[in-house]
Design a protein around this ligand. Structure first.
Ligand SMILES: *Cc1c(COP(=O)(O)O)cnc(C)c1O
Length: 397
């Protein structure tokens, strides 16, 4: 209906006849928000298809803003199709729920992101989907775990908190030979550090799950996840579950990520350079027994990082040995001034978290307390000075 002078103002304000001229172009894409999507006629409504990106059906399944971000994330990761979900764990959950059914088994690295392991232990187990945790640093461990009911193998590089970099090509090859789908949690690499879909030797993952909350957002103020593929049939399978589960994202959140994406390569490089400077400095400190950063020689999986990657995320951990009382480490963390205590990473501030190793792994390779640093965009020299003063203040320096 078009505007009509005879309409009551209450109606005219809703059914207004003005249409701005088409063809507006600006550096940032427009923000289209909707639950209801309006069809031009009955035939168009009846012909709607949530499977195709040729049109729109309902705001939950995509607006121009969401489609635009999906396309850009697919490009970032070297995939062909992307689905957006409300968080990183939702990306993991979408892959698991879409691809697994009762009687199936999923294999997860024992150093994977914790909530993904908990999902397997709780919800998946409750639905009759079994799981096994394998040692990502020992490909034979994956080979030994794959059985007739294995339908999905998860990878993560680098490992969560302990930062081991696995031999991705070897792990993908084992799964491929057994005909099992491979999904990677690609949050650390973010499409920048390595090409998940082209790892070399003709090998690549089938699915990349990515917590856009981290580098693509870059602000510490948006929660979002993405599931990227290179296969139409696999994408449609995921998309069908995505629709039935109702996991869409808000256009305003998509807008924030779209605004941050152009600076992602620059930010990733800056976080990387600063984190390596910090990690080097820590390697010279006598209070710790190891620095865990895959780009540092001597760190677990450094050789695999070297052969797969051209960059690294701004994350590393330091291990305070058993001879240092955990309370001392806590005092060190509390004495930090620039670093902030908190989870997540890849925003402007530098979060720090102490972890007790024995609580994280069945058989941790190290004993004692580990502190995970996520380097933000502050000056690396200031962050080093902050670590030095906190070590002194806690009697460790
Ligand atoms: C942070 C993170 C997630 C979780 O995503 P959020 O959207 O931040 O909750 C999942 N996987 C990995 C590897 C992560 O680092």
């Amino acid at each position: 209906m078009s505007a009509d002078k005879k309409l009551d103002p209450a109606t005219a304000l809703i059914h207004h006849g003005y249409r701005p001229p088409a063809g507006f172009e600006a550096p940032q894409p427009p923000v289209h928000k909707a639950s209801t999507v309006i069809f031009p006629n009955v035939a168009a409504l009846r012909a709607r298809s949530w499977k195709s990106r040729e049109g729109y059906t309902y705001g939950l399944h995509g607006t121009p803003t969401v489609y635009t971000l999906e396309e850009r994330i697919a490009t970032l990761e070297g995939g062909l199709q992307t689905l957006l979900v409300p968080s990183g764990p939702a990306a993991i959950a979408l892959v698991d729920t879409a691809l697994l059914k009762a009687g199936d088994e999923v294999l997860i690295p024992d150093n994977a992101y914790g909530p993904g392991k908990e999902l397997a232990r709780q919800e998946l187990a409750g639905w009759g989907i079994t799981h096994r945790f394998y040692d990502a640093m020992n490909p034979a461990s994956l080979a030994a775990c794959i059985g007739p009911s294995t339908k999905l193998v998860w990878l993560e590089a680098a490992g969560s908190v302990t930062m081991e970099f696995p031999d991705l090509r070897a792990l993908v090859r084992i799964a491929r030979e057994r005909g099992v789908l491979v999904a990677l949690d690609n949050t650390w690499g973010a499409g920048i550090a390595f090409d998940a879909f082209e790892l070399g030797d003709g090998l690549g993952v089938d699915i990349s799950a990515h917590a856009l909350t981290k580098y693509p957002s870059g602000g510490g103020d948006v929660l979002m996840g993405a599931v990227t593929t290179r296969d139409d049939a696999l994408h449609l399978k995921l998309k069908a579950s995505h629709m039935r589960l109702g996991w869409g994202v808000a256009a305003n959140d998509a807008e924030l990520v779209l605004r941050s994406l152009p600076s992602l390569p620059l930010r990733y490089a800056a976080h990387d350079a600063a984190a390596r400077q910090l990690a080097q400095w820590w390697a010279g400190q006598s209070s710790i027994v190891q620095v865990l950063h895959p780009a540092l020689p001597g760190s677990p999986g450094h050789e695999h990082w070297s052969s797969h990657c051209r960059a690294a995320a701004g994350l590393f951990s330091v291990v305070f040995g058993e001879r240092i009382a955990p309370e001392r480490v806590d005092a060190f963390v509390d004495a930090l001034k620039l670093y902030k205590l908190g989870f997540s990473w890849a925003g402007p501030v530098s979060p720090v978290v102490p972890y007790t190793l024995s609580m994280m792994r069945d058989a941790p390779a190290w004993k004692g307390v580990l502190v995970r640093f996520s380097i933000g965009l502050e000056s690396a020299d200031d962050l080093i000075a902050d670590c030095a003063q906190a070590l002194k203040a806690s009697g460790l320096g």
